[in-house]
Design a binder for this molecule. Sequence first.
Ligand SMILES: C[S@@+](CC[C@H](N)C(=O)[O-])C[C@H]1O[C@@H](n2cnc3c(N)ncnc32)[C@H](O)[C@@H]1O
Length: 319
Amino acid sequence: MPTIYTNAFEEDVYKGLTSYPKKLSSKYFYDEKGDKIFQQIMNMPEYYLTDAEYSIIESYTEKIAAAFNDENGFDIIELGAGDGKKTKVLLRYLNENKFNFSYQPIDISKYALKELKESLENELPNLKVIPQEGMYFKVLNRLAEYKSRKKVILVLGSNIGNLVQEKAIEFLQNIQASMNKGDLLFMGFDMKKNPQQIIDAYSDKTGITEAFNKNLLLRINREMNADFDLDKFLHWETYDPETGTAKSYLVAKEDLKVRLQKIDLEINFKAWETIHTEISQKYDDLTVNWLAEQANLKVIDQYVDSENLFKDFLLTIKA
Ligand SMILES: C[S@@+](CC[C@H](N)C(=O)[O-])C[C@H]1O[C@@H](n2cnc3c(N)ncnc32)[C@H](O)[C@@H]1O
């Protein structure tokens, strides 16, 4: 086992590929190429999530803005902001209507943050933008000390669905611990629906989601001097309508040996062995309320799209 890793990615890859069954974390999808492929995913007709949440924010902008507002102004802190496509609808409205607020996007991807900052400088030049690069949990610890005025924490795109239940609760508990009385959490949840629609969203026929999943291997090849042969792996999606859990895998099509020189690792795959790469949890109202309860949060409002595909919940800390 190597004693020194250069970064968390290397350590997580080492641990994930030496565990059984093998796994890699979806948070590493998002490098420069991964961000671009994710933008293609958001534009796919099958990936209903983005359009549904966009339409929610567009339909309820005024109501959402009124809920966020405070006489002393407020700070919007967005966790896993990505390209901010949906957030911009809200930011534009708040800016045009002279609300007193700042916008602090947080993301693990420095490329996503850089692009978001530059696009906002063009589109909304007088908006105060304070980007922070880092993982949710690390940044949330810093946020706890931030008490100067009302905080509104945004988590869009059902980012929470990429966490297994235990981690999702921990995530909500961390957010709750960083909130003061009156602060708000506005969070998107993808809802349970026709299982076929979910499967199609994560395994489109054009192969964009496949390229997204395999980009993880490309990234390891590039950053860890490895030799994954992408053609030897199959992109596979499953959805369990009982638990609401969609899972993405990469499946080895034959016996393989892969070398990751930078972290001094040689990995063997048996034919049809899997690497679990992503979970995308789907919810119902009962589960969302239960999760909120586990973190001492309560739902105070909810917004849904016209096809009942997606919901944004407004939460606050329980008294
Ligand atoms: C599914 S995308 C959604 C982006 C955006 N929220 C949206 O709705 O379009 C997830 C985003 O969260 C970021 N992300 C994923 N895991 C993260 C983590 N642990 N800490 C910080 N950012 C993370 C990714 O880089 C990516 O930009």
